[in-house]
Design a protein around this ligand. Structure first.
Ligand code: IPM
Ligand code: MG
Length: 357
């Protein structure tokens, strides 16, 4: 089969980590007889520099014409002082929205070899954890009405959160379906004791729960959920939540796995075209130094094979290769902690993964 992949390398470590994922996909293609065709497009700061805008129309078109999209990361200090509408991050929100990718899957799983790298106590992670955060991705406060106005204390800024029943239903169904494929347990996270959007969210989720009687369903307030994640992450199977809460909780969950450099993500809509990206940022401090951990991007490529192309044996092959490399004690700098292990470079980690495929 021939698959067309739009490649959005972005900024900072984006080019290094996407190069790793491309190498891994090419190796998979050679082994399993697929052809992956990569077409690069600009996004974020590099697009601002080259074309004057963070999300050029050509990039959106290129993605729409592709079978799937692989993205590195965007942003950096060079573009931090630009107004909100012109920032690289705006492109990320823009492309998710333009492609209709309202479901964001962020799995946080503890690789047994990395148990010692988790900041949680050994007894808390002794049984491991394997949870999936389903984050609503194209609505809520990140997309709401915003601006400046004069308030009680003079100039003020505001952002607003809005969720329609339709938006809640579609992310809810995605989460219940994900739970049905896993351990059939779903927790919806909101702030229904304070926010009106959360009350609508909760009411809608409860209605959906009636259509999934096999799924054990519960609600948590977001502050409690943040606490439960560090107290006992093993209690969770699938968590569904809004755009902002999911953004925050997924960073928290990632660190429990040892490093944010481990967490992949899949962004999906109502077609098989998805966008796959690590949940971490562009790490400008280590960009271009061959120090980045490529695993989150490599695992994102595995998610692409699984969710967009239905190639689960190939996705398993990548995940098992990563697992074996970690079992061999190979670590990038973000994962060494106080182990005394000599860290390897991004390219050496990639070579190690390739050697296991
Ligand atoms: C993420 C990132 C983005 C987000 C930023 C860079 C806009 O934090 O993918 O989690 O908030 O979605
Ligand atoms: Mg984030």
């Amino acid at each position: 089969m021939n698959y067309r992949i739009a490649l959005l390398k972005g900024d900072g470590i984006g080019p290094e980590i996407t190069e790793s994922a491309v190498a891994v996909l090419e190796r998979i293609g050679a082994r399993f007889g697929h052809h992956f065709q990569f077409t690069p497009y600009m996004i974020g700061g590099c697009a601002i520099d080259a074309q004057g805008e963070p999300l050029p129309a050509q990039t959106v078109r290129g993605c729409l014409e592709s079978d799937s999209v692989l993205l590195g990361a965007v942003g950096g200090p060079k573009w931090d002082d630009l107004p909100g509408e012109k920032r690289p991050e705006k492109a990320l929100l823009g492309i998710r929205s333009a492609l209709g990718l309202y479901t964001n899957l962020r799995p946080a799983k503890l690789f047994p070899a990395l148990r010692g790298a988790s900041p949680l106590r050994a007894e808390t992670v002794a049984a491991g954890f394997d949870l999936l955060i389903v984050r609503e991705l194209t609505g809520g406060i990140y997309f709401g009405d915003r601006g400046y106005r004069t308030g009680k204390y003079g100039e003020e800024a505001y952002d607003t959160e809005a969720y329609s029943v339709t938006e809640i239903e579609r992310i809810g169904h995605a989460a219940f379906r994900a739970a049905m494929q896993r351990q059939k347990r779903l927790v919806s996270v909101d702030k229904a004791n304070v926010l009106e959007t959360s009350r609508l969210w909760r009411k809608t989720m409860h209605r959906l729960a009636e259509s999934y009687p096999e799924v054990e369903y519960g609600d948590l307030f977001v502050d409690n959920a943040a606490m439960q994640l560090v107290r006992n992450p093993g209690q969770f199977d699938v968590i569904v939540t809004s755009n902002m809460f999911g953004d925050i909780l997924s960073d928290e969950a990632s660190q429990l796995t040892g490093s944010i450099g481990m967490l992949a993500s899949a962004s999906l809509g109502s077609t098989t075209r998805g966008m796959y990206e690590p949940i971490h940022g562009s790490a400008p401090d280590i960009a271009g130094k061959d120090l980045a951990n490529p695993i989150a991007t490599v695992l994102s490529a595995a998610m692409m094979l699984r969710y967009s192309f239905g190639l689960s044996a190939e996705a398993d092959c990548i995940e098992q290769a990563v697992n074996r490399v970690l079992e061999r004690g190979i670590r990038t700098a973000d994962l060494t902690g106080d182990t005394g292990i000599e860290p390897v470079s991004c390219s050496a980690m990639t070579a190690a993964i390739l050697s296991e495929i």
